[in-house]
Design a protein around this ligand. Structure first.
Ligand code: HEM
Length: 129
């Protein structure tokens, strides 16, 4: 299930609360809905989970220069969708009006792009986050 997968694959860094650790791991609480509000933000979230992220980012006044590993080899499409549906509706996040739950189909579509963590970073910059 989404919560169990989150605890297994994400909570070690982003914490069970989704608050992250300032300066080390960015918060998902309140922040995932900011990402979803951007055009292409939904695809970007899938890409981060599948392919990881490398490059300096700024989230809510804190700078992060870490590396997040991608989970494409460990997680199936339905598992990625379940995790994203959990984080997009937990920790104070909600799906923006008009957006439905993540589907395994849209995860498969992103998986086919076979991105690298630095390419995902370039796409983040294009979001205007
Ligand atoms: C960044 C989600 C697992 C460390 C991010 C971002 C998201 C995210 C959405 C991007 C935030 C943004 O662009 O503003 C997740 C989810 C996970 C997961 C859903 C589980 C599937 C992990 C784990 C670690 C980690 C296990 C530590 C080993 C990081 C770091 C960043 C990050 C360091 C910032 C990378 C950078 O500075 O470029 N995560 N994450 N994440 N995550 Fe994760």
């Amino acid at each position: 299930s989404g919560p169990a997968l989150y605890n297994q694959y994400c909570a070690s860094c982003h914490q069970a609360s989704g608050q992250g650790l300032p300066g080390a791991f960015p918060p998902l609480a309140g922040h995932v809905q900011e990402i979803l509000a951007k055009k292409e933000g939904r695809a970007y979230l899938i890409q981060v989970v599948l392919f990881g992220l490398q490059g300096q980012i700024r989230v809510r006044g804190q700078t992060y220069s870490g590396v997040m590993p991608g989970w494409a080899a460990q997680l199936k499409d339905d598992q990625v969708a379940a995790i994203l549906n959990h984080v997009a509706t937990s920790f104070g996040n909600r799906l923006p009006p008009g957006q439905g739950p993540f589907t395994p189909q849209e995860v498969a579509q992103e998986r086919a792009k076979r991105l690298t963590p630095d390419r995902v970073y370039a796409l983040r910059r294009a979001l205007g986050l």
